[in-house]
Design a protein around this ligand. Structure first.
Ligand code: AP5
Ligand code: MG
Length: 230
């Protein structure tokens, strides 16, 4: 299957994408994680990216499309897109690309969370600098406080989780990314599902998995098998 997750910063895209990939054996493509890895590399490319991320602004479409297109085309397996597409030009170009390679999205999941709930998520988020796993000091704490369950490394706070940067990220979302919900409602109405993601992570996961199973069942009832094996 091929999925895309929409939702504002802090909606739980990374958290749910990891769970989906583990359960349904898909590849997780997080545009934010890919950019942060480039940024850490400290190359000229990475420095350019750092300027945008640290200010909470979007990396230009041309740069982002180049980065994601190569990775998507290289995949033989199904995948979950997390954080991409994020602007109308990105969404249109993604649709064009996937149509061209005959691997359209099976499902677009919009994680809907009220803005007042989001601030608590940023305040408590901790991430592993090695495996990029995401924790929360209250809703999803690691077994040992401050330490990654997988790597044993010290968890860090993301640089763009500072309140002033979060404000810019949220307003950028409203202006440039929220219109994608309407885009998919118009172009892929039967593949768009909105999920209330204000509940606890496990409750949201149940709803997300149910939506994926429902989509798979509808593909099987139409075609006798899932539309897309990969
Ligand atoms: P990116 O890394 O994609 O950040 P984002 O979209 O702002 O989303 P977040 O990663 O902050 O949140 P999330 O939805 O993944 O939530 P999470 O699961 O962590 O992008 C970063 C930057 O890169 C952008 O600002 C931009 O500069 C650039 N960029 C990326 N993609 C781009 C693109 N396509 N084009 C241009 N530029 C791009 O959860 C948040 C916290 O809440 C965690 O602590 C988690 O444990 C907790 N939590 C999760 N779910 C729940 C729940 N249900 N209840 C309680 N707590 C929860
Ligand atoms: Mg994320």
């Amino acid at each position: 299957m091929r999925l895309a997750l929409l939702g504002p910063p802090g909606a739980g895209k990374g958290t749910q994408a990891r769970r989906i990939c583990q359960t349904f054996n898909l590849v997780h493509l997080s545009s934010g994680d890919i950019l942060r890895t480039e940024k850490m590399a400290g190359t000229a490319h990475g420095r350019r990216i750092r300027d945008f991320i640290d200010r909470g602004m979007l990396v230009p479409d041309s740069l982002m499309l180049g980065i994601m297109q190569n990775r998507i085309c290289a995949l033989q397996q199904g995948f979950v897109l997390d954080g991409f597409p994020r602007t109308l030009p990105q969404a249109k170009e993604l649709s064009r690309l996937l149509k061209h390679i005959k691997r359209p999205l099976d499902l677009v999941i919009n994680l809907d969370v009220p803005m007042d709930v989001l601030s608590r998520r940023f305040e408590g988020r901790r991430v592993c600098p090695i495996c990029r796993d995401v924790y929360h000091i209250d809703s999803n704490p690691p077994v040992k406080p401050g330490i990654c369950n997988n790597e044993g490394s010290r968890l860090i706070i993301r640089e763009d989780d500072m309140p002033e940067v979060v404000r810019t990220r949220l307003s950028t979302y409203k202006k440039l990314t929220a219109p994608l919900i309407e885009f998919y409602a118009t172009t892929e109405a039967d593949r768009l599902v909105t999920i209330n993601s204000a509940g606890q992570p496990d409750e949201v996961t149940k709803l997300v998995f149910a939506a994926i199973e429902k989509r798979r069942a509808s593909q099987i009832s139409h075609n006798g098998k899932p539309e897309t094996a990969a």
